[in-house]
Design a protein around this ligand. Structure first.
Ligand SMILES: *Cc1c(COP(=O)(O)O)cnc(C)c1O
Length: 512
């Protein structure tokens, strides 16, 4: 084992000590406070609280711990977590980029962070200005006419966009029945279309990994409400026929929805509006660095053409000189899609990011993200198969085709990457690539870290050839080793166990 481990050039190390639950490390009588002796007469509770409200049973099972127990417990748990602040996190399409700390500082400014959402408009001018300025920035970046910041995630933005398309088509007299979606799309696209009452039809990709124009022409007809197109698509390819695609859809009376979750490949280089699209969402939590993962809040602003503007969710924030007001008088609006003004803390962070970088900085961000992805693609193209070869944008999709003859799958490779100190790439997606490993370094990584990742991937390939067993049981350096994913899905343990039960299960696992 030690010999096998010596291959590892560690970017980070894991803390591997055992850590019980708070309930398990509880010791009777421990407390996180100390208060002086009582110097007034003690009153029985019945004298202060009506007897009918008093508990009759003993409160049991709450953990009793000292302050240091609690602080160490949570600090140690935090060291088991891998995040963008620990090391490279090449989770393709999720764009796990560095969140500059200035964003956090701005989001925590008292007047933003603690403003009540129902504060009268006159007392919330600064907060409303943030919304309007961010909308203006995103309108400039996309080239589109207007933006809503209400949607709380990319998928929520898709739903909002499709609702607007449905409303516009209904007003023309027929909401239509179908939505076309390429086979490489993110699963949220068909889900959003179905939620808005449409059936989904798949458009195949061609050998280059782009939307097949002939297939699109065949499927496009008066039943089709929209095409949902991801650009750059999930193979990291720019849909260079986008103008032709828009023409085909528009000629048949449909709308083009662009999934712009990964605008980090386009900002400052391409204006989506110029390609002819009608509506798009962007993920602030991908492109504009606001932190995400672990179920944290996101934001999926939607930008639209002038034609779709009347359908935007209300209220709209209106600027008149340097005064800001809310407008609910929007008869065609699809209504609210989120309470209040969306995930406001994400909006302040994104605006902070955009203003700190400025036009030139954002352009450099895009260029570096694309350069980094192509650097990795180029350095690893002889080690791992790239099914759709050629230049990529923000991410590159490899497959495990050259490793499977050694009995090694993409999951083995990614688990082994954890031993080398890296978070695994996105796995088995897009679905059109068997054994896919989708790598997105983002612009945040420097040459040193990229080279470490490339070395790790090459080293893992050498292991696949020489000692595939090492990979099949990886990771070796983490507190928890290879999990039985089938059992985790089929027989999940969602219940808190007593200390005795946990101990028994641990003993059972060790003997197996
Ligand atoms: C991440 C992503 C989405 C969904 O965004 P969420 O914020 O996770 O809902 C949609 N499409 C693409 C291409 C994405 O990468």
């Amino acid at each position: 084992m030690s010999e096998k481990k010596s291959r590892i050039k560690k970017a980070t190390t894991h803390v591997t000590q055992n850590e019980g639950l708070l309930f398990e490390i509880s010791r009777q009588g421990r407390a996180g406070y100390s208060i002086p002796q009582l110097d007034v007469p003690e009153l029985p509770p019945e004298e202060l609280i009506d007897r009918s409200f008093l508990r009759t049973d003993d409160l049991q099972g709450l953990p009793e711990l000292s302050e240091v127990d609690v602080v160490r417990h949570f600090t140690r748990l935090s060291t088991w977590n891998y995040g963008v602040d620990t090391g490279m996190y090449p989770l393709g399409s999720c764009t796990m980029k560095h969140n500059p700390r200035i964003n956090e500082k701005v989001a925590r400014i008292d007047g933003f962070a603690n403003l009540h959402p129902l504060t009268p408009v006159d007392l919330a001018q600064g907060a409303l200005e943030v919304i309007v300025r961010l909308e203006e920035c995103l309108a400039k970046i996309t080239g589109l006419h207007a933006v809503t910041l209400q949607p709380a995630a990319g998928a929520h933005g898709e739903m909002t966009g499709m609702m607007m398309i449905r409303a516009a088509l209904s007003e023309r007299g027929n909401p239509r029945k179908k939505v076309l979606i390429p086979d490489s799309a993110h699963g949220t696209n068909p889900a959003s279309a179905v939620i808005c009452g449409y059936t989904v039809e798949t458009v195949p990709s061609n050998s280059e990994g782009l939307t097949d124009l002939e297939a699109l022409k065949r499927e496009m007809n008066a039943d089709v409400a929209a095409l949902m197109l991801t650009n750059p698509n999930t193979l990291g390819k720019f849909e260079r026929n986008i103008e032709e695609i828009c023409r085909i859809v528009h000629d048949a009376g449909g709308f083009v929805y662009m999934d712009g979750a990964n605008m980090n490949a386009l900002v400052g280089v391409m204006k989506p509006a110029a390609s002819g699209i009608d509506v798009m969402h962007m993920n602030l939590h991908k492109t504009f660095s606001t932190p995400h993962g672990g179920g944290g809040p996101g934001a999926g602003p939607v930008a639209v053409t002038k034609e779709l503007e009347p359908y935007l969710p209300y209220p709209r924030i209106v600027r008149a000189g340097d005064r800001f007001s809310t407008n609910f008088d929007r008869p065609k609006s699809i209504g609210r899609v989120r309470a209040n003004f969306g995930n406001y803390g994400m909006l302040t962070r994104a605006l902070s990011y955009i203003l700190t970088f400025g036009d030139e900085g954002l352009l450099e961000m895009t260029q570096t993200a694309v350069l980094n992805a192509n650097y990795i693609a180029d350095k690893l193209k002889d080690t791992y198969e790239i099914p759709y070869a050629g230049r990529v944008m923000h991410e590159v999709v490899f497959s495990d085709k050259w490793q499977t003859p050694h009995g090694v799958k993409n999951s083995d490779i990614s688990k082994r990457l954890i031993d080398y100190g890296f978070y695994p790439p996105t796995m088995s997606f897009p679905l059109i690539v068997h054994g896919a490993m989708m790598v997105e370094p983002t612009e945040g990584e420097g040459r040193t870290e990229l080279d470490l990742f490339i070395d790790a991937m090459k080293s893992i390939n050498a292991e696949a050839i020489e000692e595939p067993e090492t990979l099949r049981h990886a990771p070796h350096s983490t507190k928890v080793g290879r999990l039985d994913e089938t059992a985790a899905a089929r027989k999940p343990v969602l219940r808190w166990r007593s200390a005795e039960e946990s101990e028994a299960q641990r003993a059972d696992k060790n003997t197996r």
